[in-house]
Design a protein around this ligand. Structure first.
Ligand code: GLC
Length: 430
């Protein structure tokens, strides 16, 4: 028994060392690529997770991760989903397809915001370090500008819910949530060569019909010169993603905590008022009959009644209604009970469930982290422990992979993946 435990400790120690090594290997000099080859630039929410992982062993480098990400911030506050620090042509669509006017070059859409959450996490690890205090103070107005951008450009009507204008902006690129709005989006007529399917089995990646629409949206926005108001008015794809809205809520709460130290009374008042509106906005996505939160198509006005992981993210976001949190935990428990390893990104008994295809079923470490943390915040410790143990078991079995098959535990997509390593260090093996 004791020998078993000692062996397990040794395994964990070795895995932790491997996770640190991965984050160092994927360091391109002040920023971390998600993985070599498949994703050769800096991605927005990947870097926020990486910064938290890196903070467990190098606080100084963790701040640099956020600072290099903010080097891509636009004057209007947008924090792009990709910063192309060094242009390499192994990725499509590269900077010329986006056609955004910024140096360093960037994409033109954003991703789920986690930089206030990450800054708070690093600060907590830093103790009383005055350099950290100064770096957090310098980042604070930039993060505030990002949140003001979300409010101004992606919720012009002040509803409390923001809209995403591209499936990539949700971070869950090919989730079945986007099938309906994407079918109403035209396909590009440009011929293009995907690079992803040259590196990863096509059965684990989005379909071609989806890619043709992803590219159409990029070309449409480029044609509108990335003018926020025109894009908002003219886009065929505009969705209030419950996942992104929940993550935004959490980031804004963390931003409010940063504002207590670094902000003005005016900032705090604005953020408090917004936090209330966000709670009200989120509640409009609740479907009492289904016992779930659903995203909404802001073009057709219809609820997108898809049983995806995003419906549970309000647990991470700071859901105030205990009864709803309990219902969410019970339903998530039912999904996990049908899998060898949870949490799947789609209900396993749904006909759309696809155990290998990206955001249509597989387990993602960062999702386990957010759901596990959210469950624990609401007192559902057993299920939180299960998600943590499952992620550890997946990594032990299959390595630090991009995502995993919930039924077999097989590793899928990219290998040597930065946010899997970060999830291990900051959450699962902590
Ligand atoms: C994929 C994922 C997205 C992630 C990116 C880099 O596009 O869907 O969430 O940020 O890869 O890892």
């Amino acid at each position: 028994m004791e020998a078993d435990q000692a062996a397990r400790q040794d395994d964990l120690r070795a895995l932790r060392a491997r996770a640190v090594e991965i984050l160092r290997t994927n360091d391109r000099g002040g920023y971390t690529v998600p993985t070599d080859g498949l994703y050769p630039f800096q991605w927005n929410w990947d870097s926020a997770f990486c910064a938290m992982g890196i903070a467990t062993f190098d606080v100084d480098r963790a701040w640099t991760e956020l600072e290099s990400l903010y080097a891509g911030q636009w004057d209007n506050g947008l924090l792009p989903h990709i910063v192309f620090h060094h242009v390499v042509d192994s990725y499509y669509p590269g900077p010329d397809v986006w056609g955004a006017q910024h140096e360093p070059r960037t994409s033109g859409i954003s991703q789920p915001p986690l930089t206030a959450t990450a800054a708070r996490f690093i600060l907590a690890r830093a103790g009383d370090d005055p350099t950290s205090e100064a770096r957090a103070a310098a980042l604070y107005p930039k993060i505030l500008a990002l949140h003001d951008w979300w409010a101004r450009e992606r919720d012009p009507g002040g509803t409390g819910l923001v809209g995403v204008l591209h499936p990539w902006e949700s971070g869950a690129d090919n989730s079945p949530m986007w099938d309906e709005p994407l079918r109403a989006t035209p396909a590009t007529s440009t011929k293009f060569a995907r690079r992803d399917v040259a590196m990863v089995d096509a059965a684990m990646r989005p379909h071609q019909w989806e890619y043709e629409r992803y590219i159409h949206l990029v070309e449409l926005y480029r044609g509108l010169k990335w003018d926020g108001a025109r894009i908002w008015a003219e886009t065929p794809f505009k969705v209030a993603d419950v996942g992104l809205n929940a993550i935004l809520m959490r980031d804004e709460q963390d931003l409010l905590a940063l504002a207590q130290r670094f902000g003005s009374p005016g900032d705090r008042g604005r953020l408090r008022a917004r936090a209330e509106r966000r709670q009200e906005g989120l509640e409009t996505l609740w479907d009492g009959q289904a016992g779930s939160y659903f995203s909404r198509d802001l073009v057709s006005g219809r609820a997108l009644k898809i049983a995806s992981h995003a419906g549970f993210l309000p647990l991470w976001g700071g859901l105030e209604n205990t009864d709803r949190a309990d219902r969410l935990a019970a339903e998530l428990g039912r999904w996990v009970a049908q899998c060898r390893y949870g949490a799947p990104t789609m209900s396993p008994d749904d006909p759309l469930f696809d155990q290998k295809r990206y955001w249509r079923g597989p387990v993602w470490g960062i999702v386990n982290w957010m759901l596990g943390d959210g469950l624990a915040r609401h007192g559902h410790d057993d299920l939180a422990r299960r998600l943590r143990a499952d992620f550890r078991a997946l990594v032990m079995r299959s390595g630090f992979r991009e995502y995993f098959d919930p039924l077999t535990g097989d590793g899928l997509g990219g290998e040597v993946f930065s946010w899997a390593a970060a999830t291990a260090l900051a959450w699962a093996f902590d």
